[in-house]
Design a protein around this ligand. Structure first.
Ligand SMILES: NC(=O)c1ccc[n+]([C@@H]2O[C@H](COP(=O)([O-])OP(=O)(O)OC[C@H]3O[C@@H](n4cnc5c(N)ncnc54)[C@H](O)[C@@H]3O)[C@@H](O)[C@H]2O)c1
Ligand SMILES: [Zn+2]
Ligand SMILES: [Zn+2]
Length: 389
């Protein structure tokens, strides 16, 4: 089959690779009908996540049609149309039973490296390093789905691939980001990053009752799309973000702040962002947490900082003094996608949201390497890429 494979920094190829096979009784194989490129894939593309191997298949936002099921899989049958969560979860362990699917303690077959780095291992993920299981991803013609009687959700009649594909990751992620904020009537939510995750967080914050959303980025098309979702937008290149948020909130700060940027914050945003870039380049630091610092400062006393932008290692100069003295709550996670799937499928089905509004580019797997570049460079108005194998 054809698949997009990783070969080092900025080197993604469309290659022929062996077809996946059923390996365990609960597996399924799906024929991919649509898959997407995520901001998290850019961390691999930029070579900043450790433990990718040459030839690894990329991709963790995938849907398709079931073409084969293992002998123990009682939930799926050939012909079912499903969306596959990016988190691989057994459904039976301590964490899965409590709904913390992205903390599954069984799905990473070699948890030792993650344990060394993070203390414990989270769930295995599709197409996302050997630290997190070394699973082949779904930017391919076919995908092997382990524990396929837990993760995939069947798509009801009448919904297009474009409407449901983002249930695999960015819609639940944006929704979780807003859910973490415990939104009360009258609340103002500030969101850093108007990429796909930020856009989903804006919509979700309004769905969950926010009165105002302040959205921060610098890319004109992304700010314009945020405005179309009724957000007040701020360009971090020409405004002092702290001052503007204080002006908009009677000098108090936002009720909750969402970091939908993560480790690759724009180094030109400020002096501390530039310093982070230098520290990472000289192996004196692991991440660029400028947005997290700013979100903490801009959050009102006893507010919530909701972190869904991904970080990898040990973050420097985080203003914990500000956080503890002012009573902030921190919430963060790789999304336990399965936990949110039924309710978000309902919200799509009853017309509250159509997540396809963020798609700007569609192509084939062969177009994949070029579209990675377009997405990274935010060229040609690119906000979200969907590939149709
Ligand atoms: N927690 C999860 O489960 C989960 C799931 C999916 C994605 N993510 C993470 O969410 C983040 C965003 O993903 P995406 O797909 O939207 O990616 P993206 O790269 O398209 O979007 C990031 C946006 O942040 C903006 N940005 C950069 N520096 C900024 C700054 N200083 N202030 C404000 N905005 C700034 C960029 O211009 C860009 O529009 C990534 O870190 C990704 O890894 C996490
Ligand atoms: Zn993702
Ligand atoms: Zn589990």
């Amino acid at each position: 089959m054809k698949a997009l494979t990783w070969h080092g920094k900025h080197d993604i190829r469309c290659e022929s690779v062996p077809d996946p096979q059923i390996e365990e009784g609960r597996d399924a194989i799906i024929k991919v009908t649509a898959c997407a490129i995520c901001g998290s894939d850019l961390h691999l593309y930029n070579g900043i996540m450790p433990d990718m191997h040459s030839g690894d298949i990329m991709g963790h936002e995938t849907m398709g049609e079931v073409v084969e099921v293992g002998k123990d899989n009682k939930k799926l049958k050939v012909g079912d149309r499903v969306v596959v969560p990016f988190t691989i979860s057994c459904g039976e362990c301590f964490f899965c039973k409590r709904g913390f699917f992205s903390g599954c303690e069984r799905s990473n077959p070699d948890p030792s490296k993650a344990k060394k780095l993070w203390g414990s291992s989270p769930a295995g993920l599709f197409g996302y390093t050997h630290l997190l299981g070394g699973y082949s991803g779904g930017q391919a013609e076919y995908l092997r789905v382990p524990y396929a009687d837990v993760g995939p959700i069947k798509v009801p009649e009448g919904l297009t691939d474009e409407q449901v594909l983002f249930l695999s990751d960015i819609f639940p992620t944006g929704y979780m980001a807003a859910d973490f904020c415990n939104i009360q009537p009258g609340d103002t939510i500030a969101i850093w990053g108007c990429g796909p995750v930020g856009q989903m967080a804006i919509k979700s914050a309004f769905i969950l009752g926010a009165e105002r959303v302040i959205a921060i980025d610098t890319v004109p098309e992304r700010l314009a799309l945020a405005e179309r979702s009724a957000a007040i937008t701020l360009d971090y290149m020409d405004k002092d973000i702290y001052d503007r948020i204080m002006e908009l909130t009677n000098g108090r700060g936002a009720d909750a702040c969402i970091d939908a940027v993560g480790t690759e914050s724009d180094p030109s945003a400020s002096w501390d962002a530039r310093l982070d870039r230098i520290k990472v380049a000289t192996f004196m630091g692991t991440d660029r947490p400028h947005v997290l610092r700013q979100a903490i400062h801009c959050c009102r006393n006893f507010g919530t900082v909701s972190i869904v932008g991904v970080y990898g290692g040990f973050l420097d100069k985080i203003p914990m003094g500000s956080a503890i003295n002012r009573g902030l709550t921190f919430k963060m996670a790789q999304t336990p996608v399965q936990h949110y799937l039924p309710i978000l499928m309902d919200r799509i089905q009853n017309g509250e949201i159509d997540p396809s509004f963020i798609i700007t580019h569609t192509g084939s797997l062969e177009d994949g390497p070029d579209l990675y570049k377009t997405f990274l460079e935010k060229k040609d108005g690119c906000i979200k890429v969907v590939l149709k194998p």
